[in-house]
Design a protein around this ligand. Sequence first.
Ligand code: G3I
Length: 397
Amino acid sequence: MSRLTRTLLLASSLASGAAAQNGTQGEGLHSLMVAAGKLYFGTAMETNNFDDAAYQAIATNKNEFGMFTPENSQKWEVTEPTQNDFSFTQADSIAERVLSNGQLFRCHTLTWHSQLPPFVANGTWTPETLTAVLTAHITTVMQHYAGQCYAWDVVNEALNEDGSLRSSPFLTTLGEAYIPLSFTIAAQADPSTKLYYNDFNLETTPPKTAAALSLVRAVQSAGAPIHGVGFQAHLNVGQTPSRADLAAILTSFTALGVEVAYTELDIAHVAPALPADEAGNAQQAEDYAAVVGSCLDVEACVGVTVWQFTDRYSWVPSTFPGKGEACLWTEGYEKKVAYERVVGLLREAAVVEGGGGGAGGGAGDGSGSGNGRWGKWVDFFRGKLEYVMFDAYTPRP
Ligand code: G3I
């Protein structure tokens, strides 16, 4: 597809979005989230989801989803499997699909101990050689996607549950300085994107939460830019903290001047409660509502991303035998009670945010633009995106 075609596609999707915004063309997670004053409701997606028509019917519906994260395709083992040999085909195909549909792209991930290629995982490093490798990786990948990513998960899962730093080639060779170093390199590579620290169990594990707060402060003290903290929120039914407790945790981070987001939300039923019964599904609905509600309660919480929206593609059962049914849609693409509960919650919030405009008025086209708190910012980002797609969207080296 040529650059001009891409630009025309994006312009046409933005134009049709603007037209639809005047009406009440349905409602869904994303359009209601925007009407409630947030930036997006998103999902993870992978290239193996492309040929599933039922999946794509939901994913391309901008009322449901306004932001996409590649589940695996931007990880180091995929983008630089051997040293200085970069491959962007997989993630490009997701970016192109999403951006040409007028949806946003959230990028994941750069400095992480897992899914590393063998040359990094098994290499013998000095601080100088590993710094060079890290710099080349972050710079090349981020410059390839420059202007296309709302945010990047720059450092992922650097902490253990007790708050200590997780072992990795980066920690072993560079010490904790690898964290601010990664943010500094990232800021130079693409100054237009938001730079996030992203981790799991920050919602449930106080020593880890405290360590993450210290990590943010340490990056700031080192003079490196950090704009956001991602709460992965891989949670269990009946073990999810309350909305108030979650909001308090988010607020402890936003007090440091960073924004926050839920970046990989799923809430799994745990054996023997599988297959889930009515009571289990009702509890799951309450747990989803607590998480989404806590984002609504914190002004600098920008959005929620689920880690796949259907049980058909959830990572949970294969990684944790005895856990499952963690998503908002069933394997057969039926909406669960949790979906309806979240939509109901957002509908109420949209009424409040819209000053009594009503649910229909609150739900727009899912474009992410308009009257929400983040509308002007999204319009600004989209302006940049359109420029980038016109000027430089051809795959870069
Ligand atoms: O690509 C190979 C394929 O060639 C092979 O045939 C197949 C056989 O099992 O494996 C494929 O690799 C799988 C990979 O996903 C890509 O599909 C791995 O086995 C599988 O373990 C890997 O799982 C991913 C996991 O990260 C790895 O850590 C999940 O899909 C992905 O959802 C998960 O995502 C992470 C986030 O990035 C960070 N936070 C936690 C989250 C859940 O673990």
